[in-house]
Ligand binder design. Structure first.
Ligand code: KG4
Ligand code: ZN
Length: 356
């Protein structure tokens, strides 16, 4: 089964062609990403209108490039998958409409993929990870702990009550006068800093459940920075290190709790899987290894380029859904908000589910 995938939810235009073999094994035939970071950097964040225009300009060429690299023709495809949400409306419309046009012209099924589901299923493409597993998704837009029980079968165990973790890194970088995106910048400065110099809070630590909160930590950092302004390079390094340490400790606390919830409700997970740009942070990655060992579970970290937004994960989620007969009509609309537990399930699972 060969599927074309299109990703346009935020500031990456990405396309890919992925094959799913009958035994469930996946192979990436082509994976092309065009980042718009340079276009948004001068505004210190993603500007939706600029993003949508950039997707329009790039998408056709990127689809042609992926098809060429995969040595594939449209006639050979088994399905066309596009991220239909959650994300910025302009970009979603560009990706989904393009996918519909290809599906219509070439008489192929359309799969309107939930972007979070695509992050959730990536470990099965890269590591053949069997269900059920525990996903920690931390990006610029999302912070979630999810029990991944099957295709279309997700239970959210925790989420952020305010900012996403990546967003908090980005805002911290902005306060300290560093570049965008903030995560890699903060990590760079943190490497030279003293993580114990500033006593920043560890929000939610010790609380029941697996929810996160970042806004108190963000405010505390801003106040500390204001107190000692003007900031020397050492101050910036120490603030970054103290912030990163506080986030990492919160992640540990919340994942211990999340893995406990998982065990209580679903038994032992086959793995702890990390996804999203924040999973590129070395301090956080190190602690994830530590938690997985303590909790006697395997740690699955897909390669960084498949943790951040990409087309292969959309194509793969499309293939996994197609294998269960889950396809969408050409009426499928883009959804700015689309919680993971609202994606459609295979018929057998849907019949078991209690009425909504
Ligand atoms: O998954 P992603 O590429 O895009 C989406 O947001 O969907 O994640 C980007 C986010 C940004 O907020 C960025 O600052 C953060 O991930 N990030 C990091 C690191 N690299 C990227 N945060 C902390 N440490 C990093 N090394
Ligand atoms: Zn994402």
């Amino acid at each position: 089964m060969i599927v074309l995938g299109i990703e346009t939810t935020c500031d990456e235009t990405a396309t890919a062609v992925v094959e799913r073999q009958p035994d469930g094994h996946g192979r990436i035939l082509a994976d092309v990403v065009l980042s718009q970071i340079a276009e948004h950097a001068k505004f210190g964040g993603v500007v939706p209108e600029i993003a949508a225009r950039a997707h329009v300009e790039a998408l056709d060429l990127l689809i042609a490039q992926a098809m060429r690299e995969a040595s594939c023709e449209f006639a050979r495809l088994d399905g066309i998958a596009a991220a239909a949400g959650p994300g910025l409306m302009g970009g979603l419309i560009v990706g989904l409409t393009t996918a519909k046009a290809i599906a219509l012209v070439h008489e192929k099924p359309l799969i309107a993929v939930n972007h979070l589901e695509a992050h959730a299923l990536t470990a099965r493409l890269t590591h053949d990870t069997p269900f059920p597993y525990c996903l920690f998704l931390a990006s610029g837009g999302h912070t979630q702990v999810v029990a991944v029980l099957g295709v279309g079968d997700y239970v959210r165990l925790g989420t952020t009550l305010d900012d996403a973790i990546g967003e908090a890194f980005d805002k911290t970088a902005k306060v300290l006068g560093l570049g965008y995106p903030g995560g890699p910048e903060v990590e760079l400065y943190a490497a030279e800093g003293d993580p114990s110099r500033f006593a920043l809070p560890r929000p939610m630590a010790g609380r029941e459940g697996a929810d996160f909160s970042l806004s108190g930590l963000k405010t505390a950092l801003r106040l500390e920075a204001k107190k000692i302004a003007p900031l020397s390079e050492t101050d910036v390094c120490d603030l970054c290190a103290s912030f990163q340490q506080a986030v990492a400790e919160m992640v540990i606390d919340r994942l211990y709790s999340g893995l406990g919830l998982f065990r209580e409700r679903f038994g032992a997970p086959t793995a702890l899987v990390a996804a999203g740009g924040v999973a590129a942070n070395q301090a956080i990655r190190g602690l994830l290894h530590h938690i997985a060992t303590e909790c006697e579970t395997e740690l699955v970290l897909p390669p960084a380029e498949l943790c951040t937004d990409n087309g292969a994960m959309i194509a793969w989620a499309g293939a996994e859904r197609l294998a269960h007969g889950l396809i969408d009509s050409l009426d499928a609309g883009p959804r700015a908000r689309w919680p993971l537990d609202r994606v459609s399930k295979p018929a057998a699972l849907a019949a078991e589910a209690p009425p909504a």
